[in-house]
Design a protein around this ligand. Structure first.
Ligand code: E4P
Length: 221
């Protein structure tokens, strides 16, 4: 499973990129609205920070014509832009047009909450689908089960749309969607940090250094 960073924050993107574990970025209007500066400039800078990595940027229009127009405008900002299109009939129409007409634009169908939605998005031509795990858990269902269902269906029918497990809230979600076979998990920076830490690692380092310090202090670098 690959990792994308779910963020529009430059510092977080730069730091995560330097760890060598992130191979893409996903943004949404809520994430971008937290950052300062013109939208297009934010998009260009993120794409520049992560060259050769897909950067998902969401359209704001709610009708297919507007989505397609916005998608072409955003896709012209950088070579690695992927257009996030909200699930629904208008979204499907837009994805179909963007994946078949003229200059093709890769789409990430977002706000997916059922396997049927994922299946439709894939058939419409989506390069990625994003089931929202945390928001499903929030309403008392099991987000990880949805990822398992989608993976089974996509494997069974040999669909090549990549599944991005989104709305990841904690490290356990990451392990669960990895076990469910998700191609990608898009993870907030805070969760990436939590994943890297363990109290026994910290304690282990502390003990090693203390033991070394007791007898071999003079050889310390
Ligand atoms: C994914 O593409 C979305 O940007 C994101 O994962 C949504 O997460 P949230 O439910 O925590 O807002």
């Amino acid at each position: 499973m690959k990792f994308f960073l779910d963020s529009a924050n430059f510092k977080e993107i730069e730091e995560a990129h330097s760890w060598g574990v992130v191979s893409g970025v996903t943004t949404n209007p809520s994430l971008v609205s937290k950052e300062k500066g013109p939208f297009d400039e934010i998009v260009k800078k993120i794409c520049n920070l992560m060259p050769d990595c897909p950067v998902s940027v969401e359209v704001l229009s709610t009708v297919s014509g507007g989505m397609v127009e916005e998608a072409h405008r955003l896709a012209a900002l950088a070579d690695n832009v992927v257009i996030k299109i909200p699930m629904g009939a208008e979204g499907l129409k837009a994805v179909h047009r963007l994946s078949t007409e003229g200059k093709k634009v890769p789409c990430n169908v977002t706000l997916v909450f059922s396997a049927n939605q994922a299946l439709l998005a894939s058939r419409a031509g989506a390069a990625y689908v994003s089931p929202f795990i945390g928001r499903i858990d929030d309403i008392g269902w099991d987000g990880t089960d949805l990822v398992k269902n989608i993976m089974n269906i996509f494997t069974c029918h040999e669909l090549d749309t990549k599944v991005i497990a989104a709305s990841i809230r904690h490290p356990l979600h990451v392990e669960q969607v990895a076990a469910a076979g998700a191609h990608i998990a898009t993870v907030p920076f805070s969760v990436l940090g939590q994943m890297s830490r363990h109290p026994l690692t910290d304690l282990g380092i502390e003990r090693f250094l203390a033991d070394w310090g007791k007898t071999r202090q003079e050889e310390r670098i």
